[in-house]
Design a binder for this molecule. Structure first.
Ligand code: FAD
Length: 306
């Protein structure tokens, strides 16, 4: 068995692996796709101390750093179940069962997509999901935000301070965000709010996004917006389907953790985008992965299992 088994090979999982291995305990990482969301990221400008890098470059550095230590990396393997007996058992899609004294869950999350033509083609070339990450790239430009929940309205307020103009598009007849956020948004002079609108296509010139079309759900009329970017804010889905019933999840499906990264199951910790911890960012995921590894080590030295 492992002392520390990490499920997930994104920034949270990689950081956990390095911190665990540096304690001299036997460490394994199971990852469906080592690198996680970072593999899909073009420019990264908020990884503190590195002015600018690219996702695949950062993933290569993570891989190199993990390989400096004695870590058993099992890439292209998907975990399908977790159970707790004397040890924590992780079942893989290939049928294998891995045992460990402690487990760190770091399976991340994925942005819900609008699924319209052009979304994939212009992803990273106008279509964005993370205002903290990509907002500054649209300085002086016009953008739209899709989604009128808290995250969409927060994104629109945030972006309105950076870009020239923001159009918020909501499918429903009214916004669902907290009243205080809606009030703040409505007080901003460079924001237009459009409700009862179904986004139908992301338009582009082959190189980058140039606009989008939407249909009014009131009179079916078609409309076109000329914009340089769109932030899709219709939800972040944590990768926890396989954990339902075994670890306590929030109403949004995120793993509930305390300040040490402890979950509802003794010896099982979690870190990164998959948890209830707010603000989904690379540097935050790395910090929490490191913290979860230290918590797992703390658990090991206090538990009687040898
Ligand atoms: P993830 O990166 O999601 O990694 C999850 C890992 O778990 C992956 O290895 C995955 O394959 C694995 N996994 C999932 N399910 C299973 C399973 N059942 N079994 C085994 N393995 C599994 N953040 C920034 O700070 N700056 C940016 O500029 C930035 N830009 C972004 C741009 C894009 C397009 C996207 C999508 C995200 C961006 N982010 C950015 C957010 C950042 O990528 C995430 O916050 C960060 O990657 C979260 O790390 P994580 O380790 O928690 O999860």
């Amino acid at each position: 068995p492992y002392d520390v088994l990490i499920v997930g090979g994104g920034p949270a999982g990689a950081a956990a692996a390095i911190y665990a291995a540096r304690k001299g305990v036997s460490t394994g990482v199971v990852a469906e796709r080592f690198g996680g969301q970072v593999l899909d990221t073009m420019g990264i400008e908020n990884f503190i101390s590195v002015s600018r890098t690219e996702g695949p470059k950062l993933v290569a550095a993570l891989e190199q750093h993990v390989s400096d230590y004695d870590v058993d990396v099992m890439n292209a393997q998907r975990a399908t179940a977790l159970s707790r007996g004397d040890m924590v058992e992780i079942t893989l899609a290939n049928g294998a069962v891995l045992k460990s004294k402690t487990v760190i869950l770091a399976t991340g999350a994925r942005w819900r997509e609008i699924n319209v033509p052009g979304e994939q083609e212009y992803r990273g070339r106008g279509v964005a999901y993370c205002p903290h990450c990509d907002g500054p790239l649209f300085k002086g430009k016009k953008v739209a935000v899709i989604g009128g929940g808290n995250s969409g309205v927060e994104a629109a307020i945030d972006l309105a301070g950076i870009v020239v103009h923001v159009t918020l598009i909501e499918f429903d007849s009214e916004l669902r965000a907290d009243a205080v956020l809606q009030k703040k948004l409505r007080s901003m002079s460079n924001v237009t709010i459009i409700t009862s609108a179904l986004t139908t296509e992301v338009l582009g010139n082959g190189e980058k996004m140039t606009g989008l079309t939407y249909k009014s759900r009131i009179d079916d009329s078609a409309h076109e917006l000329t914009i340089d970017g769109v932030f899709v804010q219709i939800g972040l889905l944590p990768n926890t389907d396989w954990l339902k019933g075994s670890v306590a999840l929030s109403s949004r499906g995120e793993i509930e953790v305390d300040v040490k990264g402890q979950t509802s199951v003794p010896g099982v910790f979690a870190a990164g985008d998959v948890t209830t911890s707010p603000y989904k960012q690379i540097i935050i995921a790395m910090g929490e992965g490191s913290k979860a590894a230290l918590s797992a080590f703390d658990h090991l030295i206090r538990s009687s299992v040898s």
